[in-house]
Design a protein around this ligand. Structure first.
Ligand code: YSA
Length: 231
């Protein structure tokens, strides 16, 4: 007779969510790429149209390492790294860990995960962005999701906006996004006269919180088995 199956452990909720996200975007024709967590100032800031004296550097305050690199404050540098080496049309997502110098609370951590998205071609527009994101939410949550786009500012897009989704407790900000700024295309060696596209950066932990109804982001990193064993 067969014996008792040994307990083999399970995946962390953030790993489950990352795999699901990758599967959905791949089904829409996006490739999954990665970039380094230790990043240069050029890719994290300058190439994204954030020069040294730009006030936006304050929002993305970070840790500078002794080797001259820094801990990336978002996944956006992967956009530039990818555009330098690949010819459009481009369709990628780039998931990964990022670092911030900030106070933690129920929806803020000092390290967390983002999913960068980038689609560049001859005539890619915000209409394409909206269609992709709506499709993504619909599949991820397995039901129609109400979203809203609010105007917002990021130096690396023009125009820029933030996208909120409606949850049970009202609107929650899920991502920053916009049309890739001509200066960013130029920094990556592409010609903004003939190319345009959208980019976005989703907070992956926030997506996981919405999916599993988790009310404190810090639980993901607590190592508490009473929490983790539920997945
Ligand atoms: C904007 C435009 C683009 O073309 C591409 C990307 C972006 C996003 C930009 N790079 C960025 O990092 N914006 S952000 O600081 O607002 O963070 C994006 C998302 O990460 C937020 O919408 C939120 O969902 C999540 N987030 C931000 N700070 C967080 C956090 N999640 C957990 N803890 C924090 N401290």
């Amino acid at each position: 007779a067969p014996g008792k199956k040994p307990f083999s452990g399970h995946l962390h909720p953030l790993t489950l969510v990352q795999r699901k996200i990758e599967e959905i975007f791949q089904s829409m024709g996006f490739s999954v790429v990665e970039g380094p967590e230790m990043e240069t100032e050029w890719y994290n800031f300058d190439a994204l149209n954030i020069p040294k004296d730009h006030p936006a550097r304050d929002i993305w305050d970070t840790f500078y390492l002794k080797n001259g690199l820094l801990l990336r404050t978002h996944t956006s540098p992967v956009q530039v790294r990818y555009m330098e080496r690949n010819q459009p049309p481009l369709k990628i997502i780039a998931p990964g860990r990022i670092y911030r110098h900030e106070a933690t609370d129920a929806s803020h951590e000092t390290n967390f995960y983002q999913i960068e998205g980038l689609m560049v071609g001859k005539d890619i527009s915000i209409a394409n962005f909206k269609a992709v994101i709506q499709e993504f939410f619909q599949i991820f949550f397995n039901k129609p999701i109400e979203i809203r786009m609010r105007p917002s500012f990021f130096p690396f897009v023009e125009p820029g906006f933030e996208v909120d989704m409606k949850g049970e407790k009202g609107w929650l900000e899920m991502m920053g996004a916009g049309m890739v700024h001509p200066n960013v295309l130029k920094a990556a060696g592409l010609n903004p006269k003939f190319l345009q596209g959208f980019a976005f950066g989703i907070g992956m932990d926030r997506l996981a919180m919405m999916k599993y109804k988790i009310n404190d982001i810090r639980l993901f990193y607590s190592g508490d088995l009473r929490f983790l064993n539920q997945f």
